[in-house]
Design a protein around this ligand. Sequence first.
Ligand code: KIV
Length: 263
Amino acid sequence: MKWTAAKIKALKGERKIAMLTAYDALTASLVEDAGIPAVLVGDSLGMAVLGYETTLPVSMEEMLHHTAAVSRGVTNALIIADMPFMSYQPSIAMALENAGRFLKEARADAVKIEGGAFRAEMIESLVKNGVPVLGHIGLTPQSVKETGGYKVQGKTSEQARQLMDDAMAVEQAGAFAVVLECVPAELGEMISNALSIPTIGIGAGAGCDGQVLVLTDLLGVSGKPAPKFVKKFATLHPLIAEALATYKSEVESGAFPSDEHTY
Ligand code: KIV
């Protein structure tokens, strides 16, 4: 069964929703084979894979390239393309044009954009024009220069009220779900209870309707420190490092290739 945005939305209250990032056909197929219904081609691509320090340099062309690769790797999972910095902020017309490119050129099923109430008009326009939208509020990494860092959001009652208003506005505008990033668990639960669309938490506690993580964080691939909200479900970095070191030493010693790997 092909997952659609509407089917993901309908999971609220039925079961928790697992979402993961993927950036290429190989990792996307692994995610889908695990039965995960939604794959986010996050602009975390920039930091997880492309070697940038933030998500800001990620371009439309890079996102299209990786989203198309993810599309080739999955059959049924919902493919959500993250709209990169300045591909939608300047105008609704630009958001429509670039969202259209994700659906037409990269076979995405939906897009994600960052921002709350002030993005409501844009979300509404996208949805009315046939583009399902995943909202994203709380910590919004594309605004890191303005907000001053990767910090927990919504800690004061005023900020918490603003986030609740943002979540309501995103729902009203027609988003099928909303990512809540880095907010206190209590607030995550309050917002989840107040909305009729699913909340997908990342560092927003167990009260959310679903969870999303960056695949390379979950697999422990990088060996760099990860944020507190990351659980490493595997620690692949030392395994990969050992395999590569063994390869090098066997090539240098002549132990590889042996007869077994020779025609
Ligand atoms: O870019 C990304 O991967 C994201 C998720 C972590 C929510 O925005």
